[in-house]
Design a protein around this ligand. Structure first.
Ligand SMILES: [Zn+2]
Length: 577
């Protein structure tokens, strides 16, 4: 049986729906107009009649007719369904709210709770004052939908039940807990509430920061309540895969070319408040691989604002190593002593920005902080082994590894060979030969390559099966000297951004959208540019090596490297059209 949603989608095109709200003009095979979701003078809101989707290049809003109406009319899914059903002349009799997926219900109950907490904060003087004193403006408080949970046992629970939500749903959303006697009570009490949003900006969970002393329910509970309390994992909320602020930061991360990772919600809010919109936070948990994979979709350059009051960086070492291993370029910005980013910004905005400018590569940073401890020789070596060597082992590029090893050797006056020995003791890894697709070192190069890959992915996603075959073959031909490099493996990390990348490809190819020959030509140009970037990076790395070999008077190695330089230069000249 066809659902009401299917029937509506069949009857209404995206153009019909959007054009009643927004003036549209033709843009190749798509249409464009001024975005209704953000302020703009020139149109960057695109609509694809073919796929029945929209995408805004300005603010990143995207979706179908339902999400459009939800966002525009500020209604929930059911509200949008009602509006669109009327427009399409579809009867909603068959539509049964009970059959709605649990997921949708959870989204709604969390949204209701968010509204409830917002209202409580609005009407409670002291917690609001506290936030303002910490440096937040009322705009920031509104924008990030901060709230307050009163020191009551059943306020939220009662409120949500009155709104018609079942106890079991409220529990599934992590908003209430079952006490020892079997009765439920509110999880968040006497806390400032920070809603946590999914990448599309819907609240999915909460972090509650203690505001007043919450009385424990019974003896078995901890007597001193935790400073921060998170929602438990649910269908919507997975702590290890969610990043606070990512929904607002993602576009800025892309345009600035890096993300700034801070620890807590307050740090993040203060950053955004002063226009550092690429800030994201982990909400007190250690950075996970899942989170890093999400961040990597926007940029593989990661800067970490590091609390000044921490003695060592041992605690974060694992996360740093993980990021390096996943191909991130990691930099550390040191905060002023004894202050977290939030306090630092409040006291000295310019000082904070300066600290970001003066950030150091994580290995340099760690090395420096170990050297600063002024240890005797034996303790120094031990510390280097514990703190710095794991980061070097995580570094995928052998060239980069040898660069840092010679740097450490020079600083601590130990022969390089001894450090290499240390490396193989700590982790027995076979000598990795410099591969063709080596890791790109410099930010600008990495970005260039990233942009090309995104464009290639966009064309690939857009292509018909037939065209996919054709461009796959031409890609294989171009990269035949790198058998392990396939178009599939290049494209797959971008799967998440499929819709957006198709729109991007279409925007670049406004006139020739439907012309497969021109798409193929465009693809080949991009693939060639990508190969050129890769060769250039390779050349740079080998040239650096060559300089070093010459400095070391290692003639045999220099000769070998010179030969490689020659080969690469030849390959590059073949690529010129
Ligand atoms: Zn927009």
């Amino acid at each position: 049986m066809r659902t009401a949603v299917d029937q509506i989608k069949e009857k209404l095109s995206i153009v019909e729906v959007v054009s009643t709200y927004v003036k549209l003009e033709k843009a190749g095979s798509n249409l464009k107009g001024k975005c209704p979701f953000h302020n703009e003078k020139t149109p960057s809101f695109f609509i694809s009649p073919e796929r029945n989707t929209y995408y805004c290049f300005g603010c990143g809003e995207k979706g179908d007719i339902f999400s459009f109406v939800e966002n525009f009319e500020k209604v929930d899914f059911k509200g949008a369904l009602k509006i669109l059903a009327e427009k399409a002349g579809v009867k909603l009799n068959d539509f049964n709210p009970k059959a709605e997926e649990e997921r949708d219900m959870l989204f709604r109950v969390v949204e209701s709770a968010t509204k409830y907490f917002e209202e409580r904060l609005e009407n409670t003087e002291d917690p609001k004052k506290y936030l303002i004193n910490r440096g937040l403006t009322s705009e920031t408080i509104k924008e990030w939908r901060l709230g307050y949970a009163e020191e009551q046992w059943n306020e939220l629970n009662n409120h949500l039940q009155k709104e018609g939500y079942s106890i079991s749903l409220i529990e599934k959303a992590g908003l209430i807990k079952r006490g020892e006697k079997g009765s439920f009570y509110d999880r968040f009490r006497g806390r400032i509430i920070f809603p946590i949003f999914d990448p599309s900006g819907r609240p999915v969970g909460f972090t509650g920061r203690i505001y007043s002393d919450v009385k424990p329910l019974n003896e078995s509970e901890d007597l001193t309540p935790a400073k921060y309390l998170n929602s438990p994992d649910s269908i919507l909320f997975n702590k290890s895969e969610i990043i606070y602020g990512y929904h607002k930061a993602k576009n800025s991360i892309r345009s600035k070319g890096y993300s700034l990772l801070v620890e807590g919600q307050m740090d993040l809010l203060m950053c955004h408040q002063i226009g550092i919109n690429n800030a994201i936070a982990t909400s007190g948990t250690a950075l996970t691989e899942g989170q890093l994979q999400i961040i990597k979709r926007s940029s593989s350059n990661l800067m970490i604002a590091y609390d000044g009051d921490k003695a060592g960086i041992s605690a974060s070492k694992r996360a740093f190593a993980l990021a390096i291993k996943l191909g991130f370029e990691v930099k550390i910005a040191m905060m002023a002593k004894d202050s977290d980013p939030a306090d630092f910004i409040k006291k000295d905005q310019e000082g904070f920005k300066k600290a970001l400018k003066e950030s150091l590569h994580v290995i340099d940073f760690t090395l420096q902080s170990v050297l600063n401890l002024n240890l005797d020789e034996r303790s120094l070596l031990k510390k280097i082994n514990e703190e710095v060597i794991p980061l070097i082992i995580a570094t995928p590029s052998p060239v980069e590894r040898s660069y840092f090893i010679s740097k450490i050797a020079e600083k601590i006056k130990v022969p390089e060979a001894a450090l290499y020995e240390q490396l193989s003791i700590t982790k027995n890894e076979p000598e990795v030969k410099s591969t063709f697709i080596s890791d790109v070192r410099k930010t600008s190069e990495r970005d260039k390559r990233n942009i090309l890959e995104r464009k290639i992915a966009g064309i690939y996603f857009k292509s018909s099966e037939n065209l996919k075959d054709v461009i796959n073959k031409s890609f294989q031909r171009l990269f035949e000297d790198v058998p392990s490099f396939s178009l599939d493996s290049l494209v797959s990390p971008y799967e998440q951004d499929r819709e957006m990348l198709i729109f991007e490809a279409e925007k670049e190819q406004l006139e020739d959208n439907e012309n497969e020959i021109s798409l193929k030509r465009y693809f080949e140009d991009l693939a060639k540019s990508l190969k050129k970037e890769i060769l250039k990076t390779e050349l740079q790395i080998i040239t650096d090596d060559l300089k070093k070999a010459e400095k070391d008077k290692d003639q045999a190695r220099a000769r070998e490297l010179l030969k490689q330089v020659d080969q690469l230069t030849k390959k590059l000249s073949y690529l010129k059209i």
